[in-house]
Design a protein around this ligand. Structure first.
Ligand SMILES: NC(=O)c1ccc[n+]([C@@H]2O[C@H](COP(=O)([O-])OP(=O)(O)OC[C@H]3O[C@@H](n4cnc5c(N)ncnc54)[C@H](O)[C@@H]3O)[C@@H](O)[C@H]2O)c1
Length: 318
C-alpha cells in the first residue's frame, strides 16, 4: 500500500489527483486551508466527495501554520498542489501570493526533507515562469515571469528543486493552462461557458489572437501521477496539452457546442497576461512517458456540459 499527501486537495486539480490516487489503491491525506480565493463552498463539495471514499483523510489548515512533521509521518510521496493561483489578482495581493506560494513551500520542503518516510516531492509549478519567452517554451531556455504570481511560482519551484538530495527527490511540473470539468471560476474557459449559457457578455482582453497550450485536467493528473516514479530528480518538466488554441478559436468552438450567439466585447489587453504559450514536451515524453490524450474540442465540450449542469443545479436550489 502506498501513501501520499496531496496539498491543495480541495482545489480543482488537487481533488482530481486525489481521486486518481485512491482509484490506484493509494491512501491519501489531503491538506487544504480552504482559502477564499473563490467560493469555498466549491472546495467543501470537493472535499466532501473525497471524504466519502475509503483511504482518504483530510487535514484542514494552512501550510505556513500546520504541524507538518505530524502530517508527513507515513507518506512516501508529497504532491504539492496548494498554491494561490491566478495572474491578474497577484498584482494587488503580492503578500498573499508570497505567504501561500513561497513561504508555505519553504516550510513544506524543509518538513519533507526531515520526514523519514517521504522519498519524493512533486511540485505543481506553472508555465507562468516563462513570461513571453520564445515558443515553444523549453525548460532549458531562461525564465522571465511577468507577474507576481509567475515570480512566486518560480521561487517556490527553485525551493523544491534545490531541496533535492540524498534524502529527498523532487520534480517540478510546469503546468500549462489546465481546464476541464471543475475548473476554477476565475479562469477564462469557464467564464466564457457561463456567459454563453446565461446570455451575459463576454469580455475579450486584447484582439483575441492570443493563444494557450490548454491541458485537460486528466492529462495533467496523469503526468503528475507519473512524476511520482519518474527516473528524475531536481528537474523541472513542462506538462502541456500539445496544441495551441487562440481565443478566437475557443469562442468559435463555444458557439458550435452551445448553439448560442455570443455577445463579445473587446477590452484592453490585461496586465500580466502573456501573448502565447506552448510547451516543448520532449522532456515530459522522455522522463514521464507522457503524451496528452484529450483533444481540446473534446475536453472543452465536457467542460461546457459540466458548466450547464452546475448552472441548472444552482437554479433548482435557488
Ligand atoms: N489551473 C491551472 O491552469 C494551473 C496552471 C499552472 C499551475 N497551476 C498550479 O496548480 C495548483 C492547483 O491549481 P488549481 O487550479 O487546482 O487551484 P485551486 O485554487 O482550485 O486549488 C488550490 C488549493 O490550494 C489551497 N491552498 C492554497 N494555498 C494554500 C496553502 N498555503 N496552504 C494550504 N492550502 C492552500 C486552496 O484553498 C485551494 O483549495 C496551484 O499551485 C497552481 O498554481 C494551476
Amino acid at each position: 500500500m502506498s501513501r501520499a499527501v496531496v496539498t491543495g486537495a480541495a482545489g480543482f486539480i488537487g481533488a482530481r489527483l486525489a481521486h486518481r490516487l485512491l482509484d490506484e489503491g493509494w491512501d491519501v491525506v489531503g491538506i487544504d486551508a480552504f482559502l477564499d480565493t473563490y467560493d469555498p463552498a466549491e472546495k467543501m463539495a470537493r472535499a466532501a466527495g473525497l471524504g466519502r471514499r475509503k483511504g482518504f483523510a483530510l487535514v484542514t489548515g494552512h501550510l505556513s501554520e500546520l504541524d507538518l512533521p505530524a502530517a508527513l509521518e507515513g507518506p512516501e510521496v508529497v504532491f504539492h498542489l496548494a498554491g494561490r493561483a491566478g495572474v491578474r489578482a497577484s498584482f494587488e495581493l503580492e503578500a498573499h501570493y508570497r505567504r501561500d506560494n513561497v513561504d508555505s513551500t519553504a516550510r513544506l520542503v524543509e518538513a519533507a526533507r526531515t520526514a523519514r518516510s517521504v522519498r519524493r516531492l512533486v511540485y505543481a509549478s506553472s508555465s507562468s515562469v516563462y513570461g513571453d519567452a520564445p515558443l515553444p517554451f523549453s525548460e532549458d531556455a531562461g525564465t522571465s515571469p511577468v507577474s507576481p504570481y509567475g515570480m512566486s511560482k518560480l521561487e517556490a519551484e527553485r525551493l523544491c528543486l534545490s531541496g533535492s538530495g540524498e534524502d529527498l527527490e523532487t520534480v517540478a511540473l510546469r503546468y500549462f493552462t489546465v481546464y476541464g470539468p471543475g475548473q476554477r471560476p476565475d479562469m477564462g474557459l469557464r467564464i466564457f461557458a457561463e456567459a454563453a449559457w446565461t446570455g451575459r457578455p463576454i469580455t475579450v482582453f486584447g484582439d483575441g489572437t492570443q493563444s494557450r497550450d490548454f491541458t485537460y485536467v486528466d492529462d495533467i493528473v496523469d503526468a503528475t501521477y507519473r512524476a511520482a516514479s519518474a527516473p528524475a530528480s531536481g528537474v523541472a518538466i513542462n506538462v502541456g496539452g500539445g496544441s495551441r488554441v487562440s481565443l478566437v478559436e475557443v469562442l468559435q468552438l463555444l458557439t458550435q457546442i452551445t448553439g448560442r450567439e455570443l455577445d463579445i466585447r473587446l477590452a484592453e489587453f490585461a496586465r500580466g497576461d502573456v501573448l502565447h504559450t506552448a510547451a516543448d514536451l520532449s522532456r515530459a515524453r522522455q522522463l514521464l512517458g507522457f503524451e496528452a490524450s484529450t483533444p481540446f474540442a473534446e475536453g472543452y465540450a465536457e467542460e461546457v456540459a459540466w458548466v450547464a449542469s452546475t448552472l441548472q443545479d444552482a437554479r433548482r436550489s435557488a
